[in-house]
Design a protein around this ligand. Structure first.
Ligand SMILES: N[C@@H](CCC(=O)N[C@@H](CS)C(=O)NCC(=O)O)C(=O)O
Length: 214
């Protein structure tokens, strides 16, 4: 398996955590998002991933894109340890937490969106930072409430073992810290993040541990 990714990309970080939790070894192929105008915009990369986003997973001669689809692929190919609970209602709850990050928070702070605000609409740093902090904080506050409402409260977002929800949470909190967001809105998420980062699967996936880290 080959993972085309970037150390600081939170969508890449999610897939690295999942691969580590599953104990699947992979080749790390760095795709630099800024160098030479962004290596994700080259024709060779676009042929693998027409969305021109990282990550892309190559397996069995096929290319898989979108971190959630990649992680669900890994879940189906390597069912142990499970990243989703067994009960359908519980599975929907965990997926909702992950999707809250993937669909409601992350896209609004993604590089190309922020660059558009800055370079095309000519917003200054102050506006852009306010935009990022607003959407990230709003989304994390909602996720905090979702986690608190879980009947099976444990050390993780859902119960006593890491799930898809934790895989999406940890990279998003990493981004939130980078952007200077106010994490007082989500004290439970901060505790869960600490519990996750104490596990080797999460710690080894951290941006600063990757071969292309700057
Ligand atoms: N929904 C996609 C998001 C992928 C994504 O936005 N990746 C970012 C890095 S975290 C990226 O490639 N950004 C490049 C850009 O914005 O130009 C996923 O989950 O894989």
């Amino acid at each position: 398996m080959k993972l085309y990714n970037f150390f600081r990309s939170s969508a890449s970080y999610r897939v690295r955590i999942a691969l580590n939790l599953k104990g699947v070894s992979y080749q790390y192929i760095p795709i630099h998002l800024r160098r030479s105008g962004g290596e994700h915009h080259t024709p060779a990369y676009r042929a693998m991933n027409p969305q021109e986003l990282v990550p892309t997973l190559e397996d069995g001669g096929r290319f898989f894109t979108q971190s959630l689809a990649i992680i669900e692929y890994l879940e189906e190919r390597y069912p142990e340890p499970p990243l989703l609970p067994r009960d359908p209602a519980d599975r929907a709850t965990v997926r909702s937490m992950a999707l809250g990050v993937a669909c409601e928070i992350h896209p609004l702070q993604n590089t190309r969106v922020v660059s558009y605000l800055r370079d095309v609409l000519h917003h200054g740093d102050e506006d852009v930072n306010a935009w990022i902090r607003h959407w990230v904080t709003l989304g994390l506050a909602a996720l905090e409430q979702q986690v608190l409402a879980v009947p099976q409260r444990g050390r993780f977002c859902f119960g006593t073992t890491p799930s898809l929800a934790d895989i999406f949470l940890v990279p998003q909190l990493y981004n939130a810290r980078r952007f200077g967001c106010d994490l007082s809105v989500c004290p439970t998420l901060v505790q869960i993040d600490q519990a996750c980062c104490a596990l080797p699967a999460f710690a080894d996936a951290a941006p600063e541990k990757q071969p292309d880290a700057e």
